[in-house]
Design a protein around this ligand. Structure first.
Ligand SMILES: [Zn+2]
Ligand SMILES: [Zn+2]
Length: 241
């Protein structure tokens, strides 16, 4: 079993379609024995989510709760082929962690080349640390280019628990995850597991992700979830701070 002491992708009430508070999520993380929890609300272009001012005031939030270290971040929407995201650079610079993802309705699916270019350009952004759920079948991508891009730009690729759940919004994501993970092994590119929890009971739930990693005999040293120090050094290297 791969050591896993963090959840890098969670939402609270502020996202508009999630149902728990920061402290409820932190308590759930503590209950599962996690050391670190990233709170990553949807950025403003997602219907019903919070506005830029929410992200600009995160300094008021204590970075510890229930013995769990909190990273206050964001899940950005990639908006176009240039990898434009929906927070200004000055705001992004203040985030502890930023995921960038392709979402309906913020990004209209294009060709494989178009989707891939959008992801590569987002990963190039020094303030984007993680490419969220690249396994979405509605957005086909060239995984070899994505994995090589992640390596070149020092970004992490996410293995998203929600994508693997039956009844989730990304149907049949597993074949894409298998392809991505095999390429990560080939190119020695690290991944990070995130629950994408929208309610406290899902925080830290990574069962299907772990089962898949085990199935593929994915090496533990390529799973960032094993060490908070490792994650923080990757964030620092990426953003130069
Ligand atoms: Zn959501
Ligand atoms: Zn997402």
């Amino acid at each position: 079993m791969i050591r896993d002491i963090m959840d890098t992708h969670t939402h609270t009430l502020a996202s508009g379609h999630a149902y728990s508070t920061i402290r409820e999520n932190a308590a759930a993380a503590a209950g599962r024995g996690l050391e670190l929890l990233a709170v990553t609300e949807h950025a403003p272009r997602m219907t019903g989510s919070c506005q830029a001012i929410y992200f600009q005031n995160l300094k008021v939030v204590d970075r510890h709760a229930y013995d769990v270290e909190l990273l206050m971040g964001v899940e950005l929407n990639i908006l176009d082929e240039q990898g434009t995201v929906d927070l200004m650079e000055g705001t992004l610079r203040q985030m502890d962690l930023a995921i960038a993802s392709l979402h309906i309705p913020c990004f209209v699916p294009g060709s494989r080349e178009y989707n891939t270019q959008a992801c590569l350009n987002a990963m190039k952004n020094p303030y984007v640390h993680i490419l969220g759920h690249p396994d979405d079948p509605r957005y086909p991508v060239d995984f070899r280019a994505i994995v090589q891009g992640a390596k070149e730009y020092g970004a992490l690729l996410e293995l998203n628990e929600n994508s693997l759940r039956p009844g989730g919004s990304r149907k049949n994501a597993k074949p894409q995850d298998v392809e991505m993970l095999k390429l990560c092994m080939e190119y020695q590119v690290p991944i990070v597991i995130g629950s994408d929890a929208h309610v406290d009971t899902d925080v830290g739930r990574h069962d299907l992700a772990h089962a898949l990693l085990e199935e593929l005999q994915f090496p533990e040293e390529l799973v960032v979830n094993r060490s908070a120090e490792l994650l923080k050094s990757i964030l620092k290297d990426k953003s130069g701070r």
